[in-house]
Design a protein around this ligand. Sequence first.
Ligand code: ARG
Ligand code: ASP
Length: 719
Amino acid sequence: MQLKIQKTILLLVAVIISLTLNAKEGMYLPMLLKKINASDMQAMGMRITAEEIYSVNQASLKDAIVHFGGGCTAELVSEKGLLLTNHHCGYRSIQKHSTIEHDYLTDGFWAKSLEEELPNDGLTATILQRMEDVTAQVLAGIKPEMDEKERQELMDKNIKKLTQTDDNSKFHLVEIKAFYYGNQYILMESIVFYDVRLVGSPPSNIGKFGGDTDNWMWPRHTGDFSVFRIYADKDNNPADYSKENTPYKPKKHLKISLQGYQPEDFTMVFGYPGTTQEYLPSAAIQTIVEVVNPFKIDLRRQKLDIMAEQMDKDPKIRIQYSAKYAGVANGWKKWIGENRGIKRLNTIQNKRIEEKEFALWARDHGYGDLIQELNTLYEQLRPYELAASYFFEAGYYQDIIRFAYSFQTVAKFSGKKEIDQEKFQLAVKSLKGSIKGFYKDFDIDVEKNLLNATISAYTKFPETTIPIPSTIAPLKSKNQEEIDEWIDKMFSKSIFADEAKLANFIENYSSGKFKTIQKDPVYQLALSYYQNYFDHIMNPLLNYQSQIDVLMRKYMQAQIEINAGQYLFPDANSTLRVSYGKVENYEPRDGVIYNYFTTLEGIIEKENPEIYDYVVEEKLKQLYISKDYGRYADADGSMHTCFIASNHTSGGNSGSPVLNAEGHLIGLNFDRNWEGTMSDLDYDPNQCRNITVDIRYCLFIIDKFAGAQHLIEEMDIID
Ligand code: ARG
Ligand code: ASP
């Protein structure tokens, strides 16, 4: 520690500490709660111990937390592997089981017995067994004078050694994750279940009430939950799907409280936040909010309009595109909120001021011109980041492009004298398997319109030094009709326009037929998109990124050093975290206060039979009229639907249990408020709230609305 600290440094320390001291900001490592947070949490009202939350010696809450499908969180709530997560987390699975005849999206689905529960190919449930700091082992032998390549090679070797176990099966996951941009490494050991079945889902007008209109907003009335079950083999171990599997018996499941909450009550969220970037320098934030977000927001708005128009006209298209639409809309709206929040907080300006102070400190502490170099690199990276966004938003995310490109796995055998038959047959088989699923959710007219929008956007890529894909370069000066003609012509000559033709073609595929694919105009379009990315974008991107990685590691190290004594939480990286805060209202604008909870009353207020997102089921209305809320009513007599609290959450936290001071389940986290979506970059305790669906509303729907009392009986409910 420096003995003589300059005034500026003191100032800087004060700024940073005031930003991070707030107990409500941060997503913490369960294994460090005891050391870092427990006393703070208890001071805020928590009545359980850190050991009860995370322990490797005894069953603890962590044994009930599930990484659901890799992108969401779920929690075990019964001895028979019953899982709760969000409706939007189960959405893909529900959608995949839906057809016009069995429209589970619209009508909901409730298995009456174990036999009726529906398997979901590809869906996984991962449960963490333990985490361990392995920084010293990962960095063993690393010397300051080593160059990055040497350093990385040695680290890779160390990591390989550390992750090797007796059981290297897909059911047992051992991974090492980097924290603080590579200043800390933590080993995560988990078990992975592959037999996860759909048990129940409310209809979309409950599970997705308010739809994409209310998404990212408070006040909210969404019953965003669905029910799944983990199955295990006869020894209670993870297994692939099998009829013989039986419900998994977990080490721990959550108890559910019907007590509700009061303002200022302690809450915590236990789950898997995906990515936050709280420590980025100003130029990086600038790239996100001034360059990349505006482009993505604009193009996605166009895509949404195109899909919405056709979905409104045709119920089949509504089902086909519902999940895709939700995905596009979700990002679109989040980035709008993020941009507003960053502007409101003045984040870029504030970071610049902090960086000036940092620069002074850095020179005296062996960090040289670190921050200037870092910002310069981020500026140089900027056009490539934008180009990558063009490739992803206008290319990769366009389903037909990605699908056509997948045929590259067989086309690449072309011209080869000797073909590895095994590999070739495997590739053919995988394509065969993908055709049906792809066309189930494909409508050629929608796709053509989307393609028109994305091609038009792509041809307007502003950067002159990075070329756009060669196939669409000639369309630069063309108008919409001309692009339409071009697209029509392309599909008229393409095998991808016709599912039956394509299926037949691949059914009888042999290596002699490479040319049909290679010459296919849709395939060529896809190929040119990817080729353009590989040739002109990917390498510079990786190159700048790897230089940035080195500097970010040092910058993070410096930020930790400046804050000596003050724990900085690590950015989210899809590892299990705990965040905590309080049930709190907030003031979105001058003179306006948003209450901390909503009720069924609000659903009735929002009802509009003309608007898809605001249709209210007759049965729900009846329950409202008769006030038949049973034991799920709040002490105030009303049916609470959602509530907000100041827990720091991010994408991936959806489905996470929201727990009270006792560690009992009081709701399922599913969203954030629009005023607070910048929290992935800059957290504001005054404005950032996580949105939770009240567990009592979920149980009310299961019990009173769906009549699935057998599920209620399975759960551990405390009145
Ligand atoms: N905004 C929430 C999250 O980021 C929920 C998204 C799903 N809901 C929707 N209407 N698209 O994932
Ligand atoms: N809705 C998000 C999710 O799906 C949660 C969030 O971003 O707040 O994980």
